[in-house]
Design a protein around this ligand. Structure first.
Ligand SMILES: [Zn+2]
Ligand SMILES: [Zn+2]
Length: 135
């Protein structure tokens, strides 16, 4: 009987697949005229039942970066480089090492947190999505 819970419309199945594997993917563009900032890849937010994900934007690499680990294997969970309380938002932010260059990046937990353009510095980023992605 349990399968009837999972079999809904094609949309529900697609949403389930996304929540299991990819999370929500956002297309990021900067709306400042002449800036032209556009990351080379989508920005993924959130993990799923099996995989947990930390994502952010590496200023050094100039691209969205993410760390993914299996939720059930706690030993593989990446340790943050640092945790700090952000007085601007009143929330605790975490710094992780970029998998490419090793420099710290701030974990982004909601797409709304990624507001300022890394190129022009203005709060002019536009998020398009979420888009469901498959591999
Ligand atoms: Zn980097
Ligand atoms: Zn910009």
């Amino acid at each position: 009987m349990k399968r009837f819970v999972w079999i809904g419309s094609a949309v529900a199945v697609a949403a389930l697949a996304a929540s299991l594997w990819a999370g929500a993917m956002y297309d990021i563009t900067c709306e400042t005229p002449g800036c032209g900032f556009k990351p080379s890849s989508y920005m993924g937010i959130g993990g799923g039942f099996v995989f947990e994900q930390v994502q952010g934007f590496c200023k050094t690499c100039n691209k969205p970066v993410s760390l993914t680990w299996n939720r059930k294997e706690d030993a593989k969970k990446p340790e943050p480089l640092a945790e700090f309380w952000d007085p601007m938002t009143g929330t605790v932010r975490r710094l992780y090492a970029c998998p490419t260059c090793g420099k710290p990046f701030v974990a982004i937990t909601k797409i709304e947190e990624f507001r300022h353009c890394p190129t022009c510095g203005k709060a002019s980023l536009k998020h398009t999505g979420p888009t469901i992605m498959y591999d």
